[in-house]
Ligand binder design. Sequence first.
Ligand SMILES: [Zn+2]
Length: 372
Amino acid sequence: MPAWSQGFPHCSGQKQSPINIVTEAALFSPQMQPIRLSGYNLPSSEQLKLKNNGHTVMLRLPATLTMSGSDGQQYRAVQLHLHWGSPTGPGSEHTVDGRRYHAEIHVVHYNTRYDDLDEAKTQPDGLAVLAALLQVGPQKNPSYEHVLEHLEEVSKEDEDTLVPGFNIAGLLPANLSRYFWYNGSLTTPPCYQTVTWTVFNQTVRLSLDQILKLEETLYGDHDKLLENNFRLPQAMHGRRVLASFLVARGPGTPSVPAGGGSPVPPTTDNTAGAGTSGAPEPDDGEASVTPVPDGRARAGAGQGLRPGSEAHLGSSFQAGDVLAVLFGVLFAVTAFAFLVYVHKQRSHSRRLDSLDKPKVIYTAATTEENAA
Ligand SMILES: [Zn+2]
């Protein structure tokens, strides 16, 4: 992959993808709109071309599928494809807090202000990719089965087949309002740096059999098994990741050690690969890459921050933190007032003593010891 930049200079640029998303460093942007999909529910009479291009499996999408992004821009879908690992390791392109997921789906769109993908792909605002992280869950995912049941028909490079239309939105998470967003590139040559990336916070679950089928069915160059077709995370070069939601910090969330250093990646402690250990998960069979925010976080998003403002997710104070500080200050003030009171009482009694018994030496310590 380092050889890419010899033939494709963009591949060594400063806005490359994928990246490792550091959730604590993401900037909350309340004005970011939920992603809206239109025309994604295709009738089965519509035939879609599924192709093994030697690098991935790609499903061509009709131009009737459109998407409005976080910025309100309209984009038209072109194709979707997948990245995966192998039976011995996960293969998502984006990682979250150092964690790689089993696989990743990319739905590629171009900005409708351009005539077609070819014109748009070299424009700074030309492309938008919706990305979702796939992980193993307990059940077969029926939406993915529409694609996976045809994989054998395209097992060799350059083979293609036709797939009846289905609801393409079913391949993405149900929650399209929580996502990370940043400026990046195509993850394969020519690596044009013209992609606005939307990486959804909610993951999509497939059964272990489905993930294994993806990893073990397709062949690429020289009849070699097509696996681990993901690019490693690229340097940020000062870029910031925005988040459409306030990231809640779960009890199991590792923290950055004082004095720097990189966060400890969450442990993958079970085969199901829960998004974040210890975090509550929704009942709809999908998980999130960050803990599901509780009421406190939502209240903070709705009241504490005005539209247009950006908060530092990692350091934003939540209601619990504020109460803790408040009680701390109250305690300190009370303790100080008490000490002042005791001091005054002592001086007062000392003064009285000296007035009443000027010749007696006052031994307060002894008196107190006796009293105690
Ligand atoms: Zn891709």
